[in-house]
Design a protein around this ligand. Structure first.
Ligand SMILES: Nc1ncnc2c1ncn2[C@@H]1O[C@H](COP(=O)(O)OP(=O)(O)OP(=O)(O)O)[C@@H](O)[C@H]1O
Ligand SMILES: [Mg+2]
Length: 242
């Protein structure tokens, strides 16, 4: 479903991705952990085509993202949800309108159908009470949950989560992790998640990978990775558990 082959990306003299390879089959959940600034968000941006690889290929649903034209990319993006690291809501639109916008723009759904879909995803993240509020009128954690609802509203086949737990209290963070897991189990969602939370990783990962210095140090079933005896992996994950 998602495949990266020998992907390289540099910004100036900084080689951020240096031979990145992975495959996420349909219905599978890959979780990426790694130090701040290592390039995790850059990986997600390659999958959604916001950044272009210098070398290698990014394949999503059998399409080579790097060679798609604008229409092809737009079509592919409609099947992918993206929870941005910073919720990226449009600040002059209400919560309801932020979620309705992609449906108004890309579907022929009626007002009633849109209303039903929007309220359904708001319910998933326990935010129905905020439908009429502007983003500035709700807390950062609430904006994050609305961002998640927006990523889900078009019923994508793939979802990319960039730090879904950031800015949430532990209870809400755990509730979001469980929503992510339910989406996978009940809807067969394919996903790539970037997180700094070991408990989020343990809740949602089929495969856990640790990324540093341009490539993956290790990747495998979460319990195996957490019990790895590679010194750098132990050191990094140990610090996350403190
Ligand atoms: N568009 C860009 N132009 C130039 N440099 C960039 C760009 N995007 C990212 N970078 C650089 O690439 C590196 C990796 O950034 P990235 O946002 O992927 O880090 P990250 O692993 O997601 O970190 P964090 O955990 O803090 O979110 C950083 O040094 C960043 O400054
Ligand atoms: Mg990031």
């Amino acid at each position: 479903m998602i495949r990266l082959e020998g992907v390289k990306k540099a910004f100036g003299s900084q080689q951020v991705l240096d031979d990145v390879n992975f495959h996420v089959p349909a219905g599978h959940s890959l979780v990426i952990m790694g130090p701040s600034g290592s390039g995790k968000s850059v990986i997600l941006k390659h999958i959604i085509g916001l950044l272009q690889a210098d070398a290698g290929r990014v394949l999503v649903m059998d399409k080579d993202v790097g060679t798609l034209d604008r229409d092809g990319l737009a079509q592919l993006r409609r099947r992918m949800g993206y929870l941005f690291q910073h919720s990226a809501l449009i600040n002059w639109l209400s919560v309801f309108d932020n979620l309705a916008l992609p449906l108004r723009e890309t579907t022929n759904m009626s007002h009633a159908e849109i209303r039903e879909r929007v309220m359904h995803v708001l319910e998933l993240v326990q935010m129905t009470a905020a439908e009429a509020k502007l983003p500035a009128e709700i807390s950062g954690g609430m904006q994050k949950r609305v961002g998640l609802a927006r990523a889900l509203v078009t019923e994508p086949n793939i979802i990319l989560y960039d730090e879904p737990e950031a800015g949430l209290d532990p209870e809400m963070s755990s509730s979001v992790s469980h929503t992510m897991r339910r989406l996978k189990e009940e809807h067969g969602m394919t996903s790539v998640t970037v997180t700094h939370s070991v408990s989020c990783a343990l809740t949602v990962a089929d495969t856990l990978a640790v990324f540093e210095h341009g490539h993956f140090l290790i990747s495998g079933p979460p319990t195996e990775v957490l019990n790895s005896d590679l010194p750098r992996v132990r050191e990094f994950l140990g610090a996350q558990l403190d």
